[in-house]
Design a protein around this ligand. Structure first.
Ligand code: G4P
Length: 289
């Protein structure tokens, strides 16, 4: 799903999340484990405010496991509980209720002390498009909830999904926008498939991907494209890959667009292994403090 975000859409999205916040005890913020900061909404702290929050690093099955550990530490230092999950495969999801209970234990103790009846924890999912919100809701609901479009004139009542006895989840997630003004973030969103019909130039995305691999995962780059050494000039690297994979035009010239598409597809489809593009050791650029 590609959404074109305009100021009006952002204001509406923010309003919708703010409205639903009143209904829940906790916000479950979904990020992509491969880009735990680039896949965050730039204003999420401001929007969610003091509401207790659990951060889920989803698609952890596709991310570099060593980096995921570091990211969990990073969030912990920021005062958030973070869990690595795979909504598609269902791994790690059983921790959601456990962690939510711990985060909310003081609140629920206070409610109990006031003589209020025990009730399930109420939660809502928020995150940017494609981060896996629907997948996780369906998984937790253990059934397929149809995605509801905007049908004019039909107001859908808010539905709660029971997740066991201890958690209730709003059936519609809060959809927030990514920080797409930053070109580097744009490349990372494209390389992880968060933006598909991309407005960014394919060659620029693939150059960014190749440079990143060259710096952080050089052995994988060499292995994938059968190279002893990585050439210094990026055009030479394109030539090697393009020639090897038959991305040629009539006359035998390298088709750079086709080569770019192939590189991007290889990265998205894990042909270069489990990759994490946001690096915790390189945080100053992203830190919002
Ligand atoms: P959204 O509601 O936040 O927009 O995201 P959605 O659940 O639709 O998920 C987007 C894509 O990501 C889906 O693939 C979904 O299967 C995949 N996905 C979600 N969670 C995980 C996960 O933990 N691991 C992996 N590997 N994939 C996950 P799709 O519909 O097939 O779209 P696509 O494959 O064409 O991107």
């Amino acid at each position: 799903m590609t959404i074109q975000w305009f100021p009006g859409h952002m204001a509406k999205a923010r309003r919708q999340v703010t409205e639903k916040l009143k209904l829940v005890d906790i916000v479950i913020e979904l990020v992509d484990a491969r880009i735990p900061l680039s896949s965050r909404n730039p204003m999420v702290d401001e929007i969610v405010q003091q509401k207790p929050r659990l951060v889920l690093l989803n698609k952890a099955d596709m991310a570099d496991p060593e980096m995921t550990k570091k990211w969990i530490e990073y969030f912990k230092e920021k005062g958030f509980t973070a869990l690595a999950v795979n909504a598609q495969g269902g791994t790690g999801l059983q921790e959601i209720v456990k962690s939510s209970k711990i985060i909310l234990s003081a609140k629920f103790e206070r409610m109990k002390a006031k003589g209020m009846n025990p009730r399930a924890i109420r939660a809502m999912i928020v995150g940017i498009p494609n981060v896996g919100k629907s997948t996780i809701i369906n998984r937790l609901a253990k059934k397929n909830i149809a995605k509801t479009g905007n049908t004019p004139g039909v107001t859908k009542a808010q539905q709660w999904i029971k997740v066991g006895k201890e958690l209730e989840l709003l059936d519609t997630p809060g959809i927030l926008w990514p920080k797409f003004e930053d070109q580097e973030i744009g490349y990372k969103l494209a390389l992880t498939g968060a933006i598909k019909d991309t407005i960014l130039n394919l060659q620029d995305i693939s150059v960014y991907g190749l440079r990143f691999l060259e710096k952080h995962y050089p052995e994988r780059l060499k292995n994938r494209y059968n190279m002893d050494e990585i050439p210094e000039e990026i055009v030479d690297l394109f030539d090697i890959i393009g020639k090897q994979r038959g991305c040629l035009m009539a006359g035998g010239e390298i088709n750079y667009d086709k080569t770019s598409e192939l590189i991007i597809r290889d990265i998205r489809d894990e042909r270069l292994g489990k990759l994490t593009f946001d690096l915790p050791e390189n945080l100053s650029k992203y830190d919002r403090d």
